[in-house]
Write a protein that binds this ligand. Structure first.
Ligand code: CA
Length: 221
């Protein structure tokens, strides 16, 4: 594969690029956000590996601008910490997968191979559970083929739950992911949004998908 690596830390860039070359990939390295974006706009890559914290513009911004220009190349985002808002922001910006630093090179190469197998367009992969479908590419939500209109916050809330379908998502994680930019969130705000989301998603179906795990959080399925 022809891979673009956008990473400002020289040592990290060398380490990753060497490992990729040993795994028989060709690698171009950019050290700033704008430099990365220039390369994305002028050449075609099979995979883009994007650090979040970059000089110039962030990795989120690079991904958003690349997707806006129609780049369908898979993006693997490297996030500095295991923060839910970072991960959600990265996936929202159009990343296909993320890896939290520090990571092992073996795991990194395994992720690269997995993304390569999926091929282009995978960023449009829909999130599904039962008859509920959320499309991150179009922000459309359907249940049993019926379109569900959600507000921005309801959509974000549903996406956080669907990405972890089958698992309990803790209240704090949800609040971090959906209300991270706001100074304070009333304790009952989440409950109110869950209630309206539940109304729209489960209101007309016999099978209820959004479950409350009292005192802990919420779960789909
Ligand atoms: Ca960095």
């Amino acid at each position: 594969m022809k891979i673009l690596l956008v990473e400002d830390e020289t040592k990290m860039a060398q380490l990753i690029s060497r490992a990729l070359k040993e795994d028989i990939h060709s690698v171009a390295v950019a050290h700033t956000g704008p430099e990365g974006l220039d390369l994305i706009n002028s050449e075609t890559f099979d995979l883009i590996i994007l650090d979040v914290m970059l000089p110039g513009i962030t990795g989120f911004e690079v991904a958003t601008r690349a997707r806006k220009r129609g780049t369908k190349t898979p993006i693997l985002m490297l996030t500095a910490r295991d923060a839910v808002p970072d991960i959600v922001a990265g996936l929202d910006a159009g990343a296909d997968d993320y890896l939290t630093k520090p990571f092992s090179l073996a795991e990194f190469l395994a992720r690269v191979r997995a993304i390569a197998r999926r091929g282009p367009l995978s960023h449009a992969a829909q999130l599904k559970f039962n008859d509920l479908v959320l499309d991150p590419a179009t922000h459309e939500v359907n249940r049993g083929g019926r379109r569900i209109d959600l507000t921005k916050k309801e959509y974000m809330l549903l996406e956080v739950l669907l990405r972890q379908a089958g698992r309990v998502v803790q209240r704090d994680h949800i609040i971090d992911a959906v209300w991270s930019n706001e100074e304070s969130v009333e304790n009952n705000t989440l409950d109110a949004f869950i209630s309206s989301l539940r109304n729209k998603v489960d209101g007309r179906s016999a099978t209820k998908l959004i479950r409350t795990i009292r005192g802990v959080g919420y779960r789909i399925g």
